[in-house]
Design a protein around this ligand. Sequence first.
Ligand code: PLP
Length: 454
Amino acid sequence: MSEKYRLSRRVFLKGAGATALAGAATSGASLWNPGTAVAAPAQDASGGFDFDTPYDRVGTDCAKWDTIIERHGRENIQVAMGVADMDFRCAPVITEALAERVRHENWGYLKMPEDFFPAICDWNRERHGLEINPDLMALSDGVHPALIAALKALARPGSRVLLTTSTYSGFYTDLRESHTLAEESPMIVENGVHRMDFDDLESRISQETDALILCNPQNPTGNCWSAEDLMRLGQLCLERRVVVLADEIHCDFVTKGNKYTPFATLPDQAVVDNSVTFQSGSKTFSLAAMKVAWFHSTNPEYFRKVQDQHMAQTNTLGVVAHHAALRGGAEWLDQLLVYLDGNHDLVESFLAENVPQINYAKAQGTYLAWLDVSQIGEAIDAEAKAAVASETEEEPVTAEDIIVRWLVENAGVYTNAGSNYGPGGEGWVRMNLGASRQLIQLALDNIAEAVSEL
Ligand SMILES: Cc1ncc(COP(=O)(O)O)c(C=O)c1O
């Protein structure tokens, strides 16, 4: 670890007042001191929520930090920027609702609150202009279980499912679970901006193709698909009898000047009727482990078929948290979106000015930054190192895995390897910006320092 890197870490810890983290990292003592890293109240007198104070999650069994620390060692992880959840204190309305429910000390089976579906419908109508028919909506305990059910219902075992890559790595798990196969159509990249390759997509549709998984906004590229793109895609799928499964879990995250268009708001009813949409508050309010999601369709036949393959296993706290968030969390989210937009801007401008070896075209949506690190890969000879590592390690190692390891070892920053996201991810990593700006700045400073020594 270089002296400068040590220095930037010390400066950060001083600035953040994160004494719990500082002490622990040097002494090896317990890393989690509840409360010590939370300096400010959740909301100040003028109604502002505190996204700035780093919220220490280490030692809470959180996948984003603790899994990575277990793998790489506490001393090597300054900023964990992998798994897609956020490092913020949740909206206070959620904590209040949960605290109130916890005071009632019985956890028997839950009857769905009458206002739960109306809350989902109102949220979508007010924020996205999307009208959902509650009779054709069902709850799930996650987008994954719902997507797997839809694939089982609407795609034959062994059939092909179209993916426009780079796309969310979890879809590959869903395909495995539903015994379907990926048909990958790599997106075209121009000046760091991704677009669908419609000719390629069309050429990949055959008698074997039953479904397409649309990711809107797209994880990991952050693309918010335009109405024109969605119409073109939707018409193609309709003509070729390919069902559209629209995963819109990231729908609430849009950066300034951009727009999320729900697939189900397209102006052609036949196109819309050829789809099922999946949503959740799990990204919006960072409630991932609360295990609540929902799916809806305008097509009663599709809806019934998916329902037949699906059994929701929702839980009381998840429902309470989502209900409170949907009914009372809009202001928190609005402030958060401004904050996240600032994080994206910071990464874009900092890298352009200080680390020109890494290219970032600001995302249109999501809190994820998709970084072109191919020059780093070349500089550290990642391909060759991956080949050597693959000979001795149990799992194949990609060049992007080597870049991720290099960033951990030299900058203390964990990101996700682009190779996880299908063809097109070669030379890319995904960086999660859902965290305090101080942490983002620390990560950037460390990366700049590490790259300058190459
Ligand atoms: C596009 C997308 N779909 C689904 C999921 C997972 O959804 P859930 O946790 O509700 O199963 C994620 C999580 O990162 C995601 O990014």
